[in-house]
Write a protein that binds this ligand. Sequence first.
Ligand code: AKG
Length: 251
Amino acid sequence: MGILCEEQSRSFQAEGYLHLPDYLTASELDATNRALTRVVDRISTFRSEEVYYEDKTDPTSLKQIQHLENKDDFFQQLISTGTVYELAQEILQEEPIPKNIQYFNKPPKTSSATPAHQDGYYFMLKPCRALTMWLALEEVDESNGCISYVGASHQQGLREHQRTKTLGFSQGITDFPRSDDEERMVKIKAQPGDLLVHDAMTIHLADKNRSSRSRKAIGFIYYAASAKVDEAAHANYQRQLDRDLRGEKKI
Ligand SMILES: O=C(O)CCC(=O)C(=O)O
């Protein structure tokens, strides 16, 4: 018996995303929030390339932290063992290589929208076999920037992307939205503990947070063992991005 029922597996294959309500229990969610607090308490010790603020001078505008798995053992365990890892294995049908756990917030009022993109564009994999999971830590709806997916977009190849001005989401699809994107776009409301899963080729985006609440989530990235990274191109891309962000005084 797998984690997903047949209907869920079929839906993921057809649509390129899945919403799994209550994937984490209340106590697992509590432990995740406690670990996140431990990490945030040590934020001043992390490299500036791994911590993004909407406004660098305002600590309350924290929006992203990269590589939580290197910052607290809890996150190392969370990404490399247990039910999230097992789900990645079941969907990929091969060994998942844990790559990154990220903290995503959209602070109230000051946040930016997440531009429409495909993660596969900057993963630089051949073949492009990878998954992203997105765990809601709070209630997320239209008012505070829920995730939207374009159904079945993972079956239509990589679209052209270009640099955006959005810190943390530096690539956006150039011709988005086409009319067929709009027809197939689905907004996903989530409760704390819900897990969203998407294929690296699935187009996704999120509005800015227009509410007075925060919008906290944790993202997990897994590459399939069979996917080979173009390491040189990827390192080059990351170096250039960090250099640009430092030049623009965003980090
Ligand atoms: O949290 C967001 O707004 C977007 C997250 C995302 O793009 C991802 O997890 O791939």
